[in-house]
Design a protein around this ligand. Structure first.
Ligand code: 4AD
Ligand code: MG
Length: 431
C-alpha cells in the first residue's frame, strides 16, 4: 500500500476519478450538501457530497464523520476557481478507515499552553504545517548553499568530552563511568575537519542547559556550522552575508505564498541584500547609548539592546569585535587591540536578534593554551584540539547559524517554540 495520488498533485488529474487517502480536517453541511475538507499532509482539498446524487450509505456515513477521522475519498477532480488550490472533488464514494473520537484541537481558538501539550496533534494544523514546511525549505537551502560551494559535510559527535561554549550550560551524562556532555556546538571538531578538508560544515542538533525562559532560547536546537581554513574575520563576514542572502532568496522564490498565509510582511526579507552594515561592538555601544540604553562598554548585549539596535536598520547587521572577556576561549584576539575578539554576530532585523555567531579562531598554540587555562577549562580534555595548532596551524574561521531563530525570523514568529516539531524548553520535555 502506498498513498498514490496526493492533493499537491491534483491538477494533473483534472476530470479524472481519483481516490485520496487522508484525514477529515473540517466539515460543513447543509440539507443537501456535505463539504469535507480533506487533508493528506500535502495539502487540503474540498470534497463535495451532493445528496440527490450520492448513494444513501455515502451520505449517511459522511453525516457521522468526526474531525480527524481517517478516510478514503473517491471522486472526480473538477475545477473550482473559488478554492485556493483551484480544484475540488465531486465525491462518489467514502470509506471510513478510522473514526476519531473527541479530537481535542477543535477549530475554535485554544491557548498556547494547551496547544503545546498537544504538540503531537497540533502539527496537523494548517499554520503549524506551513511553518514546518518552510523550516524544511530553509534547511534544504542551507545544505544546497554549502554543497554547491565546495564545502564537505562532515558530521560532528553529539556525545563529547569537552565544553565548547562555556561550562554553565552543559547537559551532562554518564559515559561508562566518565562524564560526557551533549554537544553545545560542533565547532571544535569542525576545526579539525577544516584542516583535513579545507571547507567543511556540520549540521546537527546542539544542546544548551540555558536557565533562561525567553522567546529565543531552546534547550535543544539545530545549528549549521561552516568552518574554513585560510579564512579571516573579513572572509567570515563575507561568507555569512552571501549565505544568508542565498537562503532568504531561495525561500522567497519558492515559498512566498506560504509566508503570506502566515501573514508575514516580506518587505524586510526582500531587503536581505548585500552589503549588510558592519558595525564594531564599540560603535554599536555608542549608538545604543545615544538611543537611551544604559549599556556600558564591556558587557554583552541583552535581547533588548539587540532589538533597539536592529530596529535602526532595514536588513541584518553584522556586529564585530566584541570584548574578548565576554566571548569564548577559542576566539582570536584583535592584533590591534587584544581586548577585542575577532568575532561577529549577525543580528536579524525587526528585533529578532542574534541568528549567527562566529569568528576567527586562535591559531597560536601558546596563546590558545593560556586561554584554555584562563577560562578554567581542563587542559587534558583539549589536548587533541591543541594538536591542530601543533601540526600545520593556519588562520581559520567559521560560524554557527541557529535554525530555529532563522525560521522564526523568516516566518515572522514571536517565539521559537513553533519553529521545531517538538521543542525542548526550560523544564519541559513533553511530548
Ligand atoms: O553564538 P553561538 O553560541 O556560537 C557557537 O556555538 C559557535 N561555536 C558557532 C561556530 O562558530 N561554529 O551559537 C550560534 C547560534 C546563535 O547565533 C543562535 O542563532 C543559536 O546558535 N543559538 C540558539 N538557538 C536557540 N536556542 C538557544 N539556546 C541557542 N543558543 C544559540
Ligand atoms: Mg552567540
Amino acid at each position: 500500500m502506498y498513498p498514490g495520488i496526493t492533493i499537491s498533485d491534483i491538477a494533473r488529474h483534472e476530470d479524472q476519478e481519483v481516490t485520496l487517502a487522508g484525514w477529515l480536517y473540517n466539515m460543513r453541511s447543509s440539507k443537501t450538501l456535505h463539504f469535507l475538507q480533506l487533508r493528506d499532509g500535502s495539502g487540503i482539498i474540498q470534497c463535495v457530497v451532493y445528496k440527490p446524487e450520492a448513494a444513501e450509505e455515502v451520505w449517511n456515513l459522511c453525516s457521522g464523520l468526526t474531525q480527524e477521522s481517517a478516510i478514503r475519498v473517491t471522486g472526480k477532480v473538477r475545477k473550482e476557481p473559488r478554492s485556493s488550490i483551484g480544484y475540488e472533488i465531486a465525491v462518489s464514494k467514502v470509506e471510513l478507515v478510522h473514526q476519531a473520537v473527541d479530537y481535542p484541537i477543535t477549530p475554535k481558538e485554544h491557548g498556547v499552553a494547551f496547544l503545546m501539550e498537544n504538540r503531537h496533534l497540533w502539527l496537523r494544523s494548517r499554520r503549524q504545517h506551513i511553518i514546518l514546511r518552510v523550516r524544511a525549505a530553509i534547511i534544504k537551502a542551507i545544505r544546497d548553499y554549502f554543497d554547491n560551494n565546495g564545502f564537505t559535510l562532515v558530521d560532528c559527535p553529539i556525545l563529547t568530552p569537552n565544553a565548547c561554549e562555556g561550562t554553565t550550560t552543559l547537559f551532562e551524562t554518564d559515559y561508562f563511568g566518565e562524564p560526557a556532555y551533549l554537544s553545545q556546538s560542533g565547532q571544535l571538531y569542525n576545526e579539525a575537519t577544516a584542516m583535513a578538508f579545507g571547507k567543511t560544515y556540520c549540521f546537527g542538533p546542539t544542546f544548551r542547559a540555558e536557565k533562561s525562559k525567553t522567546r529565543r532560547h531552546l534547550m535543544e536546537f539545530w545549528m549549521v556550522e561552516p568552518e574554513v581554513a585560510w579564512m579571516d574575520l573579513d572572509g567570515d563576514m563575507d561568507l555569512a552575508e552571501d549565505f544568508l542572502v542565498y537562503v532568504v532568496g531561495r525561500v522567497l522564490e519558492k515559498h512566498e505564498k506560504e509566508l503570506a498565509e502566515l501573514e508575514r510582511d516580506v518587505s524586510f526579507l526582500k531587503n536581505v541584500k548585500k552589503p549588510f552594515p558592519r558595525i564594531s561592538y564599540t560603535d554599536a555601544v555608542k549608538q545604543l547609548q545615544s538611543l537611551g540604553s544604559d549599556i556600558q562598554w564591556g558587557s554583552d548585549f541583552g535581547g533588548d539592546d539587540e532589538t533597539i539596535l536592529t530596529r535602526q536598520y532595514d536588513r541584518p547587521i553584522m556586529v564585530h569585535r566584541y570584548p574578548a572577556a565576554v566571548k569564548a576561549f577559542y576566539m582570536k584576539k584583535d592584533p590591534s587591540n587584544p581586548d577585542l575578539a575577532l568575532c561577529v554576530d549577525v543580528l536579524a532585523p525587526e528585533g529578532y536578534g542574534e541568528i549567527v555567531g562566529g569568528g576567527q579562531r586562535e591559531d597560536n598554540y601558546g596563546v590558545l593554551e593560556a586561554s584554555i587555562q584562563h577560562h578554567g577549562l581542563p587542559l587534558e580534555a583539549f589536548k587533541w584540539f591543541l594538536d591542530l595548532r601543533r601540526y600545520g596551524s593556519v588562520p581559520h574561521a567559521g560560524f554557527g547559524l541557529g535554525v530555529e531563530r532563522t525560521v522564526a525570523w523568516i516566518c515572522g514568529l514571536q517565539h521559537v517554540r513553533e519553529t521545531i516539531p517538538f521543542p525542548r524548553m526550560l523544564e519541559k520535555i513533553w511530548p
